[in-house]
Design a protein around this ligand. Structure first.
Ligand code: ME8
Length: 485
């Protein structure tokens, strides 16, 4: 068995302009499943999340509230943490980009490295800016003259800025991505980035006038400019683990094993970020894993789109594991998916109450009645077993296929119980038949344990409840009481 390895995984750091919705919860749940599966392997995991606070739109939202900017940011980031807790997210660190001790020294060091590499220069910028994406767009990229994602008019901006020489990295990035040194998952997103690189990258504006974003991180040596929020935000993946303040820590965790992101921020993660790292002479992250959108009312669910669902409300009604189950199985792993309350309720009643819940109570009842006893393999042994299809799918970040294997087992066991009727075999006077009944019970019991272990990354609370019920040979109450319409 291989020795424990550090595994560093990140979610995006979210804008604290409003509470998080189900789309954000989705990213966190995917990242959490991967983090938990790495812990099951016995690896030392660092799972980072955080808040991207130095953004114009965040400050606009704070100013529109009745609170001071720091109070507003504290309140919203508290809501983030509340959601993570309610959703059973096993994150290790929450970085805030207003944190002058943890984040700013490394952000400043990164800027200095880019400048020393000759990749920062001053020039006039004129173009279109989407305040929601915090990104510049070209005319070609617009949809009906508006932001293609938020469908809002863009700001015409003309200013003197610092630029990052992104164009210089077109070919080096292409080589790193083609060779797989930087993996972009899935293949369709890799091809999208390769097509972008084929067209050639353009230099990007990398600072804003300080008066436009007064709380931003000052550009070293120029108080009139602050860093472009994406330059500062991407660098948080490094500063969180020590860059600019603790070299030994940074050396332990960097490069990251996986950045989990939504497809809206792919070009920042697969072009700008690795180019910055190449410029600064730092290793690239190993993987950028990109999922699709949760759609609501036919559009991407978004804070500013009026179609956001509050995950905390769904958790209150259905429980964290039901929401996690839906997100990880019913949303195609790398494509867009739909979530609404009716669909969640159907999945809850069908797959959880009737499917998993029934099977667990059936097997436990048999085990209790017939006093079945057996030994179980450790979770690590089961998880790492050669050919374990759940682990193998999760190694490809395919949560849907991973969970399909667990539910495949649930259907098989249901059928086996139905067909073999082990309780009747146990009543038989023929010893051979009796033994067959007993063996079937033991096998069912071991399979129930397998299900409990395999569920841990996806539905940790349910996994724990089944493990406890196995310890007592019975379930105190239904795992998933049915919900009526
Ligand atoms: O972009 N479906 O933050 P953000 C699926 N601060 N995922 C969704 C989603 C949806 N409808 N809506 C949001 C930012 N997401 C930057 C990131 S990282 C250095 C800086 C998820 O608050 C998805 O992962 O707008 C998306 O990439 C992320 O939330 C964006 O969150």
């Amino acid at each position: 068995m291989s020795a424990s390895k550090p595994f560093y995984i990140t979610s995006p750091i979210f804008y604290p302009s409003a509470a998080l919705h189900v789309g954000h919860a989705y990213t966190m749940t995917v990242a959490d499943a991967v983090a938990r599966s790495q812990r099951l392997l016995g690896n030392e995991v660092h799972f980072l999340s955080g808040a991207d606070e130095n953004a114009g739109k965040v400050i606009k939202a704070a100013k529109a509230s009745e609170k001071s900017v720091p109070e507003f940011l504290d309140m919203i980031t508290e809501k983030f943490r509340h959601l993570f807790k309610a959703l059973d997210i096993s994150y290790d660190q929450f970085i805030r980009t207003t944190d002058k001790d943890t984040h700013w020294p490394g952000a400043i060091l990164m800027w200095e490295r880019l400048r020393e590499a000759g990749d920062i220069y001053r020039a006039k910028y004129a173009g279109l800016y989407c305040p929601q994406c915090e990104a510049f767009y070209t005319e070609k990229e617009l949809k009906d003259g508006k932001c293609p994602l938020h469908l809002i008019p863009l700001e015409q901006i003309e200013e003197e800025n610092y630029f990052f020489r992104l164009s210089k990295y077109t070919e080096p990035l292409k080589a790193k991505i083609e060779s797989g040194e930087l993996q972009i998952i899935p293949e369709t997103r890799k091809n999208e980035i390769l097509a972008l690189l084929e067209r050639g990258l353009e230099d990007v504006s990398f600072s804003r006038p300080a008066h436009a974003v007064p709380h931003g991180i000052p550009v070293p040596g120029d108080k009139k400019q602050v860093m472009y929020v994406w330059c500062d935000a991407l660098t948080s993946y490094l500063t969180a683990v020590g860059f600019g303040r603790d070299d030994a820590l940074a050396a332990k965790w960097w490069p990251a094993d996986a950045h989990i992101i939504g497809k809206d921020i792919l070009r920042f993660h697969a072009a700008i970020w690795p180019a910055m790292l190449l410029s600064a002479g730092l290793p690239l992250p190993k993987r950028v894993v990109t999922h699709g959108f949760i759609l609501s009312g036919g559009h991407k669910m978004g804070k500013s789109m009026g179609n956001a669902l509050d995950p905390v409300e769904l958790i209150d009604e259905f429980g964290a594991d039901a929401l996690r189950y839906y997100l990880l199985r019913k949303v195609p792993s790398f494509e867009d998916g739909v979530l609404n309350k009716e669909l969640l309720q159907d999945a809850y009643n069908g797959d959880l109450a009737n499917g998993l819940g029934n099977l667990v109570s059936r097997i436990l009842k048999l085990v209790e009645t017939y006093e079945v006893e057996t030994e179980f393999e450790t979770p690590k042994t089961l998880w790492t077993k050669n050919g374990n299809p759940v682990r193998l799918a999760l190694e490809e970040f395919d949560t849907r296929v991973a969970i399909d294997h667990i539910w495949g087992k649930i259907s098989t066991l249901d059928r086996q119980i139905q067909e073999s009727k082990p309780w009747e075999l146990l009543k038989s006077l023929d010893n051979h038949e009796k033994q067959k009944g007993f063996d079937t019970m033991v096998r069912l019991y071991k399979d129930l344990w397998w299900i409990a272990v395999m569920l841990e990354p996806f539905m940790p609370e349910t996994s724990k409840k089944i493990v406890q019920a196995i310890g007592k040979n019975k379930l105190d109450k239904a795992l998933f009481p049915r919900k009526d319409q």
